[in-house]
Write a protein that binds this ligand. Structure first.
Ligand code: SF4
Length: 363
């Protein structure tokens, strides 16, 4: 064997310095990645198709368990057999390992199975704005995002209530030549039945674990069983795809990334969520503790009270100076965010969405 040429040495050094700069433990670094939906057999794909249609006829896709036939009517999520999509575009507001340089191919679905009083996307989630798309049309949009947008992944935002349609669209897109990872970007208010349907189709789960106590979720999310459902869902997601893994370009390709939006005055709930993640999913789970909460949707709107008018009827009248959800009508403080972060570190978590302290990628 002859001596390596200078160009070969240069290439080897470039490869080794790339890997070194990632500062990743080997289990989280992938040489290459093939999306899970590409690995399904045709028999598995047809079974998923028929299960997807069955779910739509008797909907149990989320913990609301409406049991409606979505070809004829709608349940709490307000969406029938076709999806309603508000925005489809490359998106640059995600974690660096998700958006990369070209953006994340985001699909914002209209409707939602939660009713968060503080919803940061309320114009999309609480209203039926947008265009109706069949699963096949949705698949064609994924292809446009891949081919024209050159995005790094398909990011399905608030998909909990349209899981069958999404499953059908991914199966169709794989026939059209889709080859980038699928992200399931969820409130974590999912049912095990829908996660089972997504098993083999999703590469990255991005659950937002919001609050812990039933009293808080009843008041703020209108779902008393939220945390119980979220715990069960996050466990099932982790069992499917494991911890977040990256390829050498710094992009996440597979695994779970848990988000937690710190809420004003609710840092004790954030602490319990971090403890749960470390104890149940393990200390290697990747976490993004988010500080961008702002009052939105119904928070801070004037409170109204019933007022008897001259004709004998009752009208809503504004209460002087009082606002709805006053306890969360402010931004979070640095101290509240730090409290949750310290609790996460105490629990043993160490993989956070921090800016890099080295010259590598933010992973
Ligand atoms: S997705 Fe949930 S809210 Fe929508 S109809 Fe099905 S069970 Fe009801």
């Amino acid at each position: 064997m002859g001596r390596p040429r200078p160009t070969q040495i240069k290439a080897a050094l470039a490869r080794s310095s790339l890997k070194r700069s990632l500062h990743l433990a080997p289990p989280f670094l992938l040489d290459d990645y093939i999306p899970r939906y590409q690995l399904l057999t045709s028999v598995e794909a047809s079974k998923k198709r028929s299960r997807a249609y069955a779910h739509l006829r008797n909907c149990n896709l989320c913990p609301r368990l409406c049991g409606v036939n979505r070809y004829e009517t709608t349940g709490m999520c307000l969406i029938g057999a076709n999806v309603k999509v508000n925005v489809i575009a490359p998106h640059f507001g995600e974690e660096p390992c998700i958006q990369g340089h070209n953006g994340s191919g985001s699909v914002f679905f209209s409707g939602c199975n939660l009713r968060c009083s503080f919803c940061q996307n309320h114009d999309i989630a609480h209203q039926r704005n947008g265009m109706d798309l069949t699963p096949e049309e949705l698949a064609e949009w994924y292809m446009k995002l891949q081919e024209v947008g050159n995005v790094h992944n398909i990011n399905l935002i608030t998909p909990e209530h349209v899981v069958p349609q999404v499953a059908l669209s991914i199966l169709h897109a794989r026939e059209l030549g889709l080859r980038i990872p699928i992200i399931y970007n969820t409130s974590a208010f999912d049912s095990l039945a829908s996660l089972e349907l997504m098993d083999g189709l999703v590469d990255i789960y991005l659950p937002d674990f919001k609050v812990w106590s039933p009293a808080t979720s009843r008041r703020l999310l209108k779902a008393e069983d939220y945390a119980a459902a979220a715990r069960e869902s996050v466990r099932a997601m982790h069992a499917q795809v494991g911890d977040l893994c990256f390829t050498g370009d710094g992009l996440a390709k597979k695994g779970v990334l848990v988000r937690h939006l710190v809420m004003p005055g609710k840092e004790a709930e954030g602490e319990l969520i971090m403890k749960f993640l470390a104890e149940d999913l393990g200390r290697d789970v990747f976490v993004n503790i988010m500080e961008q909460y702002r009052p939105a949707a119904n928070v801070g709107k004037p409170k109204r009270r019933a007022k008897v008018v001259e004709t004998g009827g009752v009208e809503a009248a504004q209460k002087d100076g009082e606002v709805r959800y006053a306890e969360i009508n402010r931004a979070v403080t640095d101290e509240e965010v730090s409290t949750v972060r310290r609790a996460a570190e105490r629990a043993g978590l160490w993989r956070f969405n921090d800016p890099p302290k080295h010259d590598g990628f933010a992973i």
